[in-house]
Design a protein around this ligand. Structure first.
Ligand code: B3K
Ligand code: ZN
Length: 851
């Protein structure tokens, strides 16, 4: 496979006026009949050839303007069908084809496939070419008419339903769309239905389609959908544009969900929820993913991407919008902290390793490998920065201009930035470097105070990344304020824009040396190289007016404490423990905020912290040290934590809202820090009394940590028939296993009758239970964890390259570790790379990781 480059983009030779598709569904031999009206694109290449993508299709027959084609009329390869211009009747013509495909044999879960007897599609990014011959690229948009023939009771596609009868249904989607938004579903499904009236008075039927028996788990998703629709109208003034909006839950799905026009398809784990089976976190995810896919209707569907390099145009923007939505629905500061935690855990890690790439990549082999934290989460941060730089009003105007100007088009990042330039008359060419330079910028801080004058010097640098040794300065908005040594805010938040390599600001007339609060609200996705004194951070922790920076101060104290413990066994400073105790007990703070403040950095964060401090991380030592600190906190804070455990009982009627889930989070944090002190007695009582999955899992985790011999079996026997809950059972057991036992346990569990490795959720639960959930187990010095992952990647790759490729990122940090571990990982990477018949997906990932 060869790399595709942004610089090589060429407009399509032909555009499409309309598409008619007809499906005769059959598990082993589905017929797809297409009728497509093509028209020459004045901007296309001179050669005028008709180039259609097509993979794994058996061509039955093809016609142009009604005349059958013979094999002499076209060129057919494994990936394309080309009709030379000379064989085409002119500038516009009708292409018809009948092809046969076998959804039953499609284990890659891309194209048309089957899951539990139901037919389902995944077209993004390039799955439509496995359904029929087509110019499968996002800059070809067309209205679709679809007929589905099958005896199954529910037959769905995009748009509005136009007719239905025994054994068939017809759908018409009037909004021109690229093929990646095509969807079809057929199965024995049950609807949960509701209605919504849009701001322009349109009545919309809402349906969530699930397997029989799951109807009572759709309430939260439906509520989240209606709130998303209302929010989108209120905040972005965008209404829904079809008579019907369908959501389908499917068990076998490679990712979270998919925004197909009018027919969103979801991994069932992001739709189905009841208090007994789903955690507060699950409810939160459902709300945000329902919103995300719905918001794509405007940012993604009505306005789409010209090519896949522009993926962040729809993903970064839609993530930013779903973040705004959650900030409005729940606590904004808590949401911001959670998003930054995610960004640092996933995106900074990516940006610091061999897989670093631009938010808008320059080249790819398999585009599915670029649905990354960088494109999504860093992409969202760029929009957050833009909004901060131009201001809320200009942002709103720019968005309205974007919708007006580009509705129905396939756009680029240049188009996106142009609306901001046009609204603000501001030159964004330097800002654009955020899209074209990989790597996380560092901002180094120097302070100087003399005679009442405070000088703050900020210096920006971006480390080299693969293929990008040198970087130019970007525009970095740094929100900052000043506090007096007594903790009073003397200078409220203002924004400094760093545009040069070094910027100094001078503030005079100060009575005392100020304490700066920098990068408030995490105003830019950068690493702040700043080592304030312990006292300054303790002051920010106690008094900063910016909640993000309060949390950040506590976080950095915890990180430093852990690194000092690791380096030479230094005990945690009593002042740190006391600060934590005060914060935990501070009733002026929300419970969810306090729960976050009590959470220690993850083992992977500590490993990255060690690297940043110039050390080689030892996962085994990190695990042990983190455990020691947890126990120390538990002992030191016991009275506070016990009091919280009693006080934070959210009451008898479960609700997943932010208030209640915050209380549960704080209560479960208190439980988690103290569980070892009474040999698990309270954890067991908690587990047994739990009437919801959040509490049950909190108890389960503690009991696994303590080594309760029966708890895994008890949980299994209670939930063996519930597939989503059993995913948690696989994951948690491995994540909470003692590191030296984790690989063996993972291996044993792969032999469990419920380990269906072809189901992506189940596979991910088990494997990432080890690779993400138990880093010390995964990095066991024997190398057994590496071999385990490599074995399973090789095995899964034959069936499902996308999921295999994604899971290979567990190796992306390998250069952090000691020479022995590096050698063990290198050997596994070599073994994978040398496997016969490796998919382009996995081979691209392994090649980049090894480079
Ligand atoms: N757009 C889809 C992701 C498609 C991934 C293809 N490998 C979901 C989303 O971001 O909303
Ligand atoms: Zn998306």
């Amino acid at each position: 496979p060869t790399a595709i480059h942004l610089a090589d983009y060429r407009p399509p030779n032909y555009l499409i006026d309309e598409v008619h598709l007809s499906f005769r569904l059959d598990p082993g031999a589905t017929r797809v009949i297409s009728r497509i009206r093509f028209r020459a694109n004045p901007e296309g290449l001179d050669d005028g050839n008709l180039i259609l993508d097509g993979e794994k299709l058996r061509l039955v027959e093809a016609r142009i303007d009604g005349s059958p084609l013979t094999a002499l009329d076209y060129l057919l390869t494994d990936t394309h069908l080309t009709v030379p211009a000379a064989r085409l009747p002119g500038d516009s013509f009708v292409w018809e084809a009948e092809v046969e495909i076998a959804p039953r044999d499609n284990t890659a879960l891309e194209g048309l496939y089957m899951s539990n007897g139901m037919y389902c599609t995944q077209s993004e990014a390039e799955g439509f070419r496995k359904i029929t011959f087509y110019p499968d690229r996002p800059d070809v948009m067309a209205p679709f008419t679809v007929r589905i023939e099958s005896e199954l009771p529910v037959l769905l596609s995009n748009g509005n339903q136009t007719s239905q009868g025994p054994g068939f249904a017809e759908w018409h989607d009037p909004w021109p769309k690229p093929a990646y938004l095509f969807a079809l579903v057929a199965g024995d499904l049950r609807p949960v239905s509701d209605r919504f009236t849009t701001m322009d008075g349109k009545e919309v039927a809402l349906n969530i389609w699930v397997r029989p028996g799951d109807e009572d788990r759709c309430g939260y998703a439906m509520d989240a959908l209606k709130r998303s629709m209302t929010w989108e109208e209120n905040v972005y003034r965008r209404a829904y544009d079809l008579d019907i909006f369908n959501i389908v839950a499917v068990d076998d799905f490679n990712m979270g969900a998919m925004e197909n026009k009018g027919l969103n398809i979801f991994n069932s784990k992001y739709v189905l929820a009841s208090p007994e089976t789903a955690t507060d976190r699950d409810f939160d995810f459902i709300e945000r993913i329902i919103a995300h896919e719905y918001f794509h209707n405007w940012t993604g569907n009505r306005i789409t991407c010209r090519d896949w390099f522009q993926l962040c145009l729809k993903e970064g923007l839609t993530v930013f919008r779903d973040q705004q939505f959650t900030e409005d629905m729940r606590s904004a500061p808590v949401k911001r902290i959670e998003d930054v935690l995610q960004l640092r855990t996933r995106q900074f890690r990516e940006d610091a390793g061999p897989l670093a790439h631009n938010v808008r990549p320059d080249s790819y082999i398999e585009i599915n490998n670029f649905y990354t934290a960088t494109v999504y989460e860093k992409g969202a941060e760029l929009i957050r920065m833009l909004r901060l730089l131009v201001g809320v009003e200009a942002y709103d105007q720019a968005l309205q201009l974007y919708f007006d100007r580009h509705d129905g088009q396939a756009c680029t990042i240049e188009d996106w930035l142009a609306v901001f330039e046009d609204v603000t008359a501001r030159d964004l060419s330097q800002f654009k470097r955020w899209y074209t330079q990989a790597g996380t910028p560092h901002v180094t801080v120097r302070e100087h105070f003399e005679d009442g004058t405070y000088r703050l010097t900020l210096r920006q640098t971006v480390p080299p990344t693969p293929d990008q040794p040198l970087k130019e300065p970007a525009v970095i908005p740094v929100a900052f304020g000043l506090l007096s040594p007594a903790g009073i805010e003397t200078h409220p938040t203002r924004i400094i824009e760093l545009v040069d390599p070094e910027t100094t600001i001078v503030i005079d007339g100060l009575a005392e040396r100020p304490v700066p609060s920098l990068l408030r609200g995490f105003s830019a996705p950068v690493i702040l190289d700043h080592a304030p004194s312990f006292e300054d951070r303790a002051l920010l922790l106690a008094h900063d007016t910016d909640p993000f920076n309060r949390w950040e101060a506590g976080r950095s104290l915890a990180r430093e404490t852990l690194l000092a413990m690791l380096a030479d066994g230094t005990a945690p400073a009593p002042a740190f423990l006391d600060g934590l105790a005060r914060l935990a007990a501070d009733e002026t703070l929300d419970a969810d905020f306090r729960a976050l403040a009590l959470a220690l950095p993850s083992e992977d964060d500590i490993a990255q912290g060690a690297v940043d401090a110039g050390l080689v991380p030892d996962p085994t030592a990190i695990h042990a040290t983190r455990k020691t600190l947890k126990e120390t906190i538990g002992r030191h804070l016991k009275p506070t934590l016990d009091a919280l455990y009693e006080a934070m009982d959210p009451g008898p009627v479960y609700s997943p809202d932010a208030g209640q889930s915050g209380k549960r989070a704080l209560r479960n944090a208190a439980l988690g820090l103290t569980a070892h002190l009474d040999a698990g007695e309270r954890a067991l009582a908690h587990y047994e009394a739990a009437d919801n999955m959040t509490d049950q899992l909190a108890g389960f985790g503690c009991l696994l940590d303590i080594g309760d011999p029966d708890i895994a079996t008890r949980f299994h026997d209670q939930w063996r028939d519930d597939r989503l809950v059993m995913d948690k059972w696989f994951l948690l057991q491995i994540a909470h296993a003692a590191p030296e036992k984790a690989v063996a346990l993972a291996e044993t569990l792969t032999g469990h009758p419920l380990f269906d490795w072809k189901n992506p959720n189940r596979f991910r639960s088990l494997v990432s239970g080890l690779t993400v959930g138990n880093p010390a187990g995964f990095h066991d010095p024997s190398g057994a964890g590496y071999a385990f992952l490599a074995d399973w990647l090789i095995r899964l790759d034959r069936l499902n390259p996308q999921t295999a490729a994604r899971m290979s990122t567990a190796f992306e940090t390998w250069k952090r570790y000691d020479a022995d571990r590096q050698a063990l990982i290198a050997a596994e990477l070599t073994r994978i790379a040398g496997t016969d018949g490796l998919s382009p997906d996995l081979s691209e990932m392994i090649a980049r990781i090894r480079a």
